[in-house]
Write a protein that binds this ligand. Sequence first.
Ligand code: ATP
Length: 860
Amino acid sequence: MRSPGPQSPSPSPPPDPPPGMAQEALLHGQFAGWSSGGIGGGAGGGSGSNGSSSPSTPTGVSLPLSPASSSYALTLTPTHIHIQRLSPRPGKASWLQLPLAELTGCSCPRAPAPPLLVLYWYPPRRRRKGVSRRRNVHAYQAESRTEAEKWNAAVHCLLRGLDVSATTEFSKSMLPRPRRLLLLVNPFSGRGQAMDWCQTHILPMIREANISYNLIPTKYPSHARELMREIALREWDGIIIVSGDGLLHEVVNGLMDRPDWEQAIKTPVGILPCGSGNALAGSINHYAGYDMCLREPLLLNCCFLLCRGGIRPMDLVSVTTSPLPSSSSSNQNGHPSTSTRLFSFLSVAWGFVSDVDIESERYRGLGSARFTLGTLVRLASLRSYRGRLSYLPPAVVEPAPDSASQPSRRLLSRSITEGLEGFCRTPIHRTCSDMGISEQRSLSKSDREREREERRERARGTGVVRASSLAEDREREMEAEQRMEKMSGSSSESNERQEGDGNENESADGEDEEENEGRQKEREREMDMREGYGVEVGKEAEECEESTADTPPDPRWTLRKNSAPSTQLVNAFFSQPISADSEQDVAMEVDGQQNGSYFQRETYLLDPGRERALTISSPFRQSPFSYKPKLPDQNQNRSPSRPRPISLLQHAHSKSLPPKFPPLSLSQSPMPPSCTSPPSSDYLVPQPNTPGSASFCPSSSSSFSFDLAKPAMSHSSLCPPPDDDLLPPLDQPLPTRDWVTIEGDFVLVLAIYQSHLGADLLAAPHARFDDGLIHLTFVRAGISRATLLRLFLAMERGAHLGLSSPYVSHVSARAFRLQPLSPRGTLTVDGELVPYGPLQAQVTTTGPDDSRLTPNDLLA
Ligand SMILES: Nc1ncnc2c1ncn2[C@@H]1O[C@H](COP(=O)(O)OP(=O)(O)OP(=O)(O)O)[C@@H](O)[C@H]1O
């Protein structure tokens, strides 16, 4: 066996090079086969999908069993290892190509083992559901140990992406030191298989990839967070979570707890899915281009990616939640004065999704099927929650020069839909702007009487949960959809007429009687609700659907675009009474607008014993559509040519997304370490930091203190993470410009920043690791069970964005605020329960200096 090169041509060049071998050969040589196996009648020297019965190398990597009588010619190119069988059966099927992209590693076992080159190949195999990888081990015996080590070094160099050529003298000394990973295993995640899967799948692959590791099983909740606050991060090339998303949430927040959080958060993290939901693993699998898969196939794909290497920056979202019940305190106004800040990599959920997540805990033994069961259970007793969702669309479109001359409805439509970036599949502009105008219609008294009677009859069933089939639900919803379509169409017409002559009472000018009657009925219903409203707490959504089956959904909603609407539009909305909100709601509005606070007078404490009875049906779900213009923001530049929030103006390129603040490096494998790293024997055990004591650097925000990283900050001289630049403190009103506010009854609100909500739920197909966007999906009350079920079924394929339902909306945002108005409910961040109450979030950014922090190059 000889090396290639101009001076040392191969003695036995392959007679018929296979396709793809046109590349320059880095090495070429002749090897003897090892083991009796072959691959598919091809040229494989040895193979085995499971090395459990095979002997092991000193590092624990298993080997094929025995020498084989065959001989092979191997050629290494920058992308492949070409293997040609020379004997005993040259000719047909004698070629095998191993793409380097499908190798996790190679090894050259130390003496007294023979001089072997062992290649670990994980080719993808298409299965019924998704692609899975199967382990193949190929071993070839070199003429000498030097030769085997040279090949081993060359393959490693290529796998690590080093720059090599045909003239490179490959040797053992070229090998970069093995990467070091800290594996944190939650033995209780998912179905409790994490430790087993470590032994059977994860550790063998990691050893084969020549990665050194230390494995720490977590002992209790928050153990990982505590570890992250203490360990010497420079000793590790990556922190790998062998668990579900919950443990990664702990790790991320542990890193942000540290005084050196700015550097710490750049430590690559990775996930090997052993949990129930495995949303981030599903996203990684998706972004890698693999088909959706679950369980072991998903684990193998993620483990393969981890071994292969590559670091991608990932969005980190700053979330401010209401105070923890234990830490809540009141200021002089009786409002809570502290909030909790945490960092999230995946999602915020309220309503259906968080309910299912938390309530399905009791079915944990089912693995990912727990969510299916939880979904069915929750569907059977569908709840809705009253709340207010505000969000900042990702881009602000400058108004056209001639916008002032455009009709007011068009203005509103455009202003609401701008920034939806193609994600909004439902006609929000139609459902709100048109409704507002249509409510100006005159009413027929007899219709009003009839409607009242009908409502009284329906009300007799109040308090009884009535069973209804999915088909019935769907029927009701279709009726509502049709009615809404009709309504918006007619109101659109009328609006245009109104703009033309400025006369509100034009309904007699040629419209047919039937249409008039329909509008009168709507108006009648609306009046009726204003008159007879009362809070009905504790009713299942089912009842509400029953009682509103004839009512289009939109009048129950308030959608506010906080940018100043045109005068025409304001007049149109002011000309009608504000919706008859409950007392509480009025109080909230007073708080929000006059006292500058969004806190409810009643702090919503999480009730762990909350059960089915928490179902809320608010009066607002049946209240008429109303537009509540906000008072102008005192700080806002009122020039119409500057529609962006003030905070954005600090950015040089304020029309585009602000630069990310420390992007979380998602390690599909850590990059090669720096040369200055200590020897491996020193770093396999994490050493706790010994930080000096120093004073806490207070946040610049005076509104509330962050309950963040108290242990770390108490001995830190460094500042805590900076304030959110897109959001005011949680107890302050949002900027009036550019924000969109929707108020009403929600079945769910989901904010997600990666593609998957679970390994088999493609919730945000357009999401990317670091797109700087929060993808919001919200479902309003009134949706039928059948449609909701269809939504989740379609989500498995990411096809739910095409689902046409007036109750479902998808928008993207840079920041949002969620204010639950129902007294009880569940809120989760990355699937973990957080205190129930107002919550806001934004993608982290660098702040005013506009400098994007690059991923940590410690590992480069
Ligand atoms: N040793 C432990 N004992 C009990 N709980 C633990 C332990 N280690 C971690 N935890 C906690 O278990 C919770 C659930 O873990 P994790 O999210 O990883 O699994 P999962 O819920 O099955 O997966 P997923 O979040 O993907 O559905 C986390 O909140 C974590 O803090």
